[in-house]
Ligand binder design. Structure first.
Ligand code: PEP
Ligand code: MG
Length: 913
């Protein structure tokens, strides 16, 4: 028979720490602490399975539960020497929720249960403190009414504050016992009036009312939303923990507090916490009173006595307990404790949440301390968190002060982590102009960005857009550049004509040139300037302004990643198209370039004119003439990139975007370009109109360009191999790989592939050098994935372009999906944004199937992925399982990918074992 009730107390528990699924996190922690001899008040846990039963059986309990609860209560009574409902020595209990994953504050808790008009007198007598007893009862009525009877707490708060006023005191502890007794009468009257019946006096009714309410709180709106945001399945259910009460508010030898076994923001090995003398647990967390530091070392200048000073003996016991817990769990713990009449009790222990900085430090320290091995250290740090170590950061104090002063403006999608503060620039040109000569930093604020904004994005310290999702142009480019970026910030109304931006409802607009700050780690937009700091890792690795020996953060970062490298099976490359990006990515550990987008090189000031000449050419010979001018630029770009990546493969993708992206659009731009190029305005405008496409993403782009204008790809291939040949002659090891974009049919691949091989061969022969000619294709059109066996016969490698593959599999435009995708996720139509984390079922199927098919006809086929998903940990787990050889991601995601790839490997090994 299924057991639904698990007792803990007197040094022994029915359950243990490994039973989180059934006991919930809190219940498992209480059981485990009891078993290892940590002082825990006795109690019992009703399992998550009982919760699921409750929902499946029209809110009723499994038949055995009532008896088991009664038995367990009897054991608590024996253990504490108090009786539930006894008029002279009443037992009081707490009733708390506790799911498998921590959901702080989302579900309900009831304290002091077991008080009624009779037992409150018993409590007053047995504690010798009537004030304490009445205060406990009135808190209980308020909490119980709010949670179980749905009589809102505001009704009670109102009465309480009216009472304070009448008797002329400022704080609750100043209210005398008699007044509290009168208040209880008024509280009960509120319940009668709002609820239609009296406050329950039967303690057993109270208990079952509370248990049902906790189960029901699993499905309150807050909890549902929290689960959605944190990917917690609805089916898990919550457990209920019923535990005998201990009181931190029975006098000056009592206290309550919370603590971490190490500093959760820095990872410092320091017992770190807060407490309040003579208070209940809720007082510490609810922020009603500002708590005191637990030790003197934590805050040497604090005015109040630390626990270490006020209760040295208890503090000593607590230190023993925290050491015991940490060495037992081998991880940083977050604990709750109460001191009742000088005696210490632990009420909770759980794995402590920590920042990326703390996670890395704690993992490395614990390996050194022998608590965990390097595999466990790699497993411990959330891969996405490591990026926090790279981002410039806001000064924490300054930011919280700004928020307190009401400078918060809006919140969007946190697309590129880090902090940026600067002057608002509303166009790319203004961003370049305003930041020229390193005057003030600027934040580029746009409705959305496009390729022609690259220079402005590059000049800006951060990017903020009102539209767009996680793979919008702004987000992809900003992440590539490692710049803080917020996209899809829909509360921002940008008016270009008036050069201002406004937040809905705000009284005053901000203008171009005003200061603004964006936190790309959280998505918060803040009015005005905020001080930032550059990350230590970058100072050591990229700027060289800090010595490795002076940065423990850097040493830990690189230690953790080198462990990861020893463990992982997947290769990690980068998406880079400049020498600097290549250098950065290589220092971050990239093992080559998986995608070099050549079009980005075309936007530079010094060549855009020639690019336009090529596009606007009236015939092939004019186009060839323009391409001849473009060739040296491209060659020089490749020389620089290949040099940075010497010894490693570099996948160069031939031109991909629709040509009109390079053309002027507004009348003013057309007129400038017409002048520059010696064209008539009307003629140029007509040509631009002619090149306009209704649906450019599905239009004349990718290899379709290479087929209609073969001379463009020919020039690019010549440039690639001339560059490679030149470096080879210098003695460098160069490994170019040429990649064809947007292939959908074998015919396209054959035609373009043959031309590439021919031009490459001719170029190398002319130069008299030999370099392997490697030609592969992107797989980003569903048809190519479905026919991958045929495609693979003409390709040496595949690289899945999961941005386009997602776009085309779903039929969602990458640039417009921001307007409906959030609602899709909200309404559970999709579990998450498929442009950010791969849709394993659909798009993922094409990746898996495409890989299998490809290898079936070409066993040597190398398979990678270079869409944005290449830097997403969950997607990386999937790609490992799908059997890919490597992922390629933007330079700043390389450390994330290295760590995630190692974790994917550890998981695979664990599941096979
Ligand atoms: C892709 O489609 O996934 C890809 C990498 O190419 P791009 O983003 O340049 O279209
Ligand atoms: Mg693509």
């Amino acid at each position: 028979m299924t057991e639904y009730v698990y007792y803990f107390g007197e040094g022994h528990a029915d359950g243990n720490g490994g039973m989180k699924d059934i006991l919930g996190g809190k219940g498992a922690g209480l059981a485990e602490m009891t078993n290892i001899g940590v002082p825990v008040p006795p109690g019992f846990t009703i399992s998550t399975e009982a919760c699921n039963f409750y929902y499946e059986h029209d809110q009723s309990y499994p038949p055995s539960v009532k008896d088991r609860v009664a038995e367990s209560l009897a054991r608590i009574e024996t253990s504490t020497g108090r009786q539930f409902g006894d008029p002279s020595m009443p037992l009081l209990v707490s009733v708390r929720s506790g799911a498998r994953a921590s959901m702080p504050g989302m579900m309900d808790t009831i304290l002091n249960l077991g008080l009624n008009d009779t037992t409150v007198e018993g409590l007053a007598q047995s504690s010798g403190d009537p004030r304490f007893a009445y205060d406990s009862y009135r808190r209980f009525i308020q909490m119980y009414s709010d949670v179980v009877l749905e009589v809102g707490r505001e009704h009670f708060e109102e009465k309480l504050s009216a009472l304070r006023e009448t008797i002329g005191v400022e704080t609750d502890p100043q209210i005398p016992a008699e007044s509290l007794r009168d208040l209880i009468v008024e509280y009960k009257a509120i319940v009668r009036e709002k609820n239609g019946s009296d406050f329950p006096q039967d303690v057993s009714d109270q208990l079952w009312g509370a248990i049902g309410a906790v189960f029901r709180s699993w499905n309150n709106q807050r909890a549902i939303t929290y689960r959605k945001l944190n990917d917690i399945p609805d089916a898990w259910g919550t457990a209920v923990n019923v535990q005998s009460m201990v009181f931190g508010n029975m006098g000056n030898d009592c206290a309550t507090g919370v603590a971490f076994t190490r500093n959760p923001s820095t990872g410092e090995r320091q017992f770190y916490g807060e407490y309040l003398p003579n208070a209940q647990g809720e007082d510490v967390v609810a922020g009603i009173r500002t708590p005191y530091p637990i030790s003197r070392a934590q805050d040497p200048s604090h005015q109040e006595a630390s626990l270490e000073e006020s209760m040295p003996e208890v503090y000593g016991q607590l230190v023993d307990v925290y050491r015991k817990l940490e060495s037992h769990y081998h991880d940083m713990q977050d604990i709750e404790f109460t001191v009742q009449s000088g005696k210490l009790y632990l009420l909770q222990t759980r794995t402590g949440k920590r920042t990326g900085f703390a996670a890395v430090k704690i993992a490395c320290d614990m390996v050194e301390e022998g608590l965990i091995d390097s595999r466990e250290a790699v497993r411990r740090v959330e891969a996405g968190q490591i990026i926090q170590l790279l981002a410039p950061i806001f000064d924490a104090e300054a930011k919280s002060e700004a928020l307190q002063k009401g400078r918060f403006m809006a919140k969007g999608l946190a697309a590129g982590p880090g902090a940026a503060t600067g002057l608002i620039a509303l166009t790319a040109e203004r961003a370049v102009e305003m930041s020229r000569g390193g005057k003030e930093p600027v934040v580029l604020v746009r409705i959305e960005t496009s390729p022609e904004d690259i220079a402005g994005m590059n000049a800006a310290a951060g990017i903020l857009t009102a539209r767009g999702g996680m793979t919008s142009h702004a987000a992809v480019v900003a992440r590539g550049m490692g710049k803080p970026c917020i996209v899809g910030c829909s509360q921002l109304k940008i008016n270009y004509a008036r050069s201002e931006l406004r937040v809905e409802g705000a009284s005053r607009p901000l203008e171009e040139g005003d200061w603004i700050s964006i936190d790309g780690t959280t998505g918060e937009v803040i009015d005005g300037q905020l001080p930032t700091r550059s990350s230590e890792v970058l100072q050591v690795l990229i700027d060289g302004s800090l010595d490795e020996s002076d940065s423990e953060t850097f040493r830990n970062f690189s230690k953790l990643l080198s462990w990861a490298d020893e463990m992982r099976g997947l290769g990690v490359r980068t998406n880079a198209d400049t020498p600097r990006d290549s250098m950065v990515a290589r220092r971050f550990g990239a093992e080559g370039i998986g995608l070099c987008r050549t079009e980005h090189m075309f936007f530079h000031e010094d060549r855009i004119l020639v690019v336009r000449e090529m596009i606007l050419a009236r015939d092939e010979s004019a186009r060839r003439a323009a391409l001849v001018k473009l060739l040296p630029y491209q060659r020089d770009d490749f020389v620089a990139i290949f040099r940075e990546m010497a010894g490693l493969p570099v996948t160069v993708r031939l031109l991909d975007p629709p040509l009109h992206e390079f053309l002027p659009h507004t009348e003013a731009q057309i007129s400038t370009v017409a002048r520059e190029m010696n064209w008539g305005f009307v003629e140029l405008r007509a040509k631009v109109a002619q090149l306009h496409e209704t649906n450019p993403m599905l239009g004349h782009r990718g290899c379709r360009l290479g087929i209609t204008y073969p001379e463009i790809y020919e020039m690019q291939v010549q440039a690639i191999f001339e560059a490679a040949g030149q470096l080879k002659k210098e003695g460098l090891d160069v490994r170019p790989e040429v990649m064809i974009p947007l292939v959908g049919t074998v015919g396209e691949l054959t035609l373009v592939g043959n031309s590439i091989r021919r031009v490459a061969r001719e170029t190398l022969d002319r130069m008299g050098v030999d370099i392997p000619i490697v030609v592969g294709t992107m797989i980003e059109i569903p048809r190519a994935a479905l026919l991958a066996d045929k495609i693979a016969e003409g390709a040496e490698f595949f690289s899945f372009g999961t941005n386009d593959l997602t776009q085309m599999t779903f039929g969602y435009s990458r640039d417009d999906a921001g307007s409906f995708l959030p609602e899709y996720v909200d309404k559970n139509i999709l579990p998450r944004d498929p442009f950010a984390s791969i849709d394993q079922e659909g798009v993922g199927y094409l990746v898996r199937r495409g890989t299998e098919l490809g290898r079936s006809t070409n066993p040597k086929l190398k398979v990678g992925i270079c869409g944005e998903h290449g830097g997403d940990p969950e997607s990386i787990f999937f790609f490992r399982a799908a059997g890919l050889d490597y992922v390629s991601c933007s330079p700043y995601r390389v450390p994330v990918a290295r760590l995630a790839a190692a974790q994917a490997e550890l998981e695979r090994q664990a599941s096979e074992a």
